[in-house]
Design a protein. Structure first.
Ligand code: ACO
Length: 424
């Protein structure tokens, strides 16, 4: 084991350097405060490893992403969403028997307690579907109270099936609510993605047949979103879970973290940006000038970790061309997106800051071609990210890491005397 040395006020201490399986190195500062009285300050946790994890590996410099060691490119091409969910949650690809049992268990939990529909009814039509989703997921703590206090491993596993099974129902219901349409019930003769499309788009007045092209594209998109190591929402799930909060409330918190425009909310913002460029007749190059003047951000560009191509963006761009062509959709914003990307990749502003398209740059264009409305895009991201959040929560719980409780450098007022209100 190698050692790093830190000298402060004439005293030198030794800090162990630990090495991960992909040879990335970290200084273990667990004893720093005890030894020196110092803490570290790292705004945005840009240099801070908050945990050890065996779920997902990514190398932002080389543009590598692997779930449990399997390259994202292979999983996106060869696997399906539930197989990837199994891999993330349990650590290995399932055998045929394990896969059949897993998918069967999920089907056995797709129905949602009818009282949850009353909660859904209480939301105004203006409710954003992410707010509805996080509320309904948190509501599961009330229906499965044994999840709250020291659940057994079997109970946790059951709750994992419940989450995966009920999420498409919640998403479909949130959409139906916004449309003023009657909600659908799950159909267990369908596979996961077929059932999701049925929950979203089937109407009582006509037959519904999920389009295999759409099912295939959906599987791919969900796989690409399934985990991304210690991002804002996964860290939120782990932080909340570290207080031993239930899996439902931890994942509900993750959904809220994902909602923000700098995280999952960016896919909606990308489409809104592209639509604005089209509607206002702005030339993409002129829009980039606005970005460079820092009047706006180029949504769907840049990433905290990738300083190279986001490998998911490469796959999604290719899928975007294929899906639109197979479905016979001609969307003018795809041309605008390509023009923006091409120009940005040769512009010094973006090159010098290592800003590349991220997963959100093209995903919204596919979602739109699949008939998914813009304000449901972040919900789609949440549906895909669910297995990752579950895997992160499960790993955290098994590790018995201490409660997450960062410190701070206090910058407020120093000690002062209380002044009664009449004398202020
Ligand atoms: N457009 C224009 N400039 C950008 C962009 C962008 N999209 N992203 C970063 N920059 C610039 C910043 O202005 C800054 O420039 P400066 O050095 O002159 O001040 C520099 O690049 C570094 O940016 P930071 O904000 O410090 O980078 P950080 O790692 O904190 O942010 C983030 C990453 C939030 C993703 C950022 O790139 C961004 O806002 N992108 C647009 C939103 C987006 O697409 N988010 C989705 C991310 S992927 C995901 O969550 C699934």
């Amino acid at each position: 084991m190698s050692i790093a040395q830190l000298t402060y006020e004439g005293k030198t201490i030794e800090l162990p350097v630990i090495t991960g399986t992909e040879n990335e190195k970290a200084i273990d500062i667990s004893n720093l405060r005890d030894a020196t009285g110092l803490i570290t300050l790292d705004l945005g946790y840009k240099n801070t490893g908050a945990t050890k994890s065996a779920v997902t590996f990514l190398d932002g410099e080389l543009g590598i992403l692997r779930y449990r060691g399997y390259p994202i490119e292979q999983l996106a091409e060869k696997s399906d969403f539930l197989e990837v969910a199994y891999l993330l949650i349990y650590g290995e690809l399932p055998t045929k028997a394990q896969y059949d049992d897993f998918t069967h268990q999920i089907k056995m939990h797709t129905l949602v307690n009818e009282d949850i529909k009353k909660i859904l009814d209480g939301f105004p039509a203006s409710a954003h579907p992410m707010g509805i989703l996080s509320s309904l997921v948190c509501t599961l703590t009330a229906f499965y109270p044994e999840s709250v206090a020291n659940p057994t491993p079997d109970n946790t596993n059951l709750n994992i099936f419940r989450l995966l099974a009920k999420m498409p129902t919640f998403v479909g219901w949130a959409y139906k609510k916004s449309m003023g349409h009657p909600v659908n019930y799950p159909k267990n003769s369908y596979d996961y993605c077929q059932n999701f499309l049925h929950m979203m788009f089937a109407l009582p007045v006509e037959d519904f047949n999920p389009d295999p092209i759409v099912v295939d594209a959906l599987n791919k998109l969900l796989i690409l979103h399934a985990d991304h190591e210690q991002n804002c929402s996964a860290s939120t799930v782990r932080m909340v879970g570290s207080s031993r909060a239930s899996i439902f409330s931890s994942i509900s918190a993750g959904i809220n973290a994902l909602w923000g425009p700098l995280h999952g909310g960016a896919n909606q913002e990308v489409i809104e940006m592209l639509d604005e460029i089209r509607e206002m007749g702005i030339r993409p190059l002129d829009y980039l000038e606005k970005v460079k003047r820092k009047e706006v951000r180029l949504m769907g560009f840049g990433h905290r970790v990738y300083k190279n191509f986001d490998p998911r963006a490469k796959i999604i761009k290719k899928a975007c061309d294929q899906v639109l062509s197979k479905l016979g959709v001609k969307d003018p914003i795809l041309d605008i997106a390509k023009e923006l990307e091409e120009a940005a990749l040769t512009d010094d502003y973006f090159v010098s800051r290592k800003l590349y398209p991220n997963v959100d740059f093209y995903s919204g264009i596919i979602y739109r071609a699949l008939g998914i409305p813009t304000d449901m895009f972040t919900v789609m991201f949440a549906l895909g990210r669910l297995p990752g959040w579950i895997a992160q929560w499960k790993e955290l719980n098994a590790s018995k890491e201490p409660i997450g409780r960062p410190r701070q450098v206090y910058t407020g007022a120093t000690n002062r005397e209380y002044v009664p209100i009449g004398q202020r």
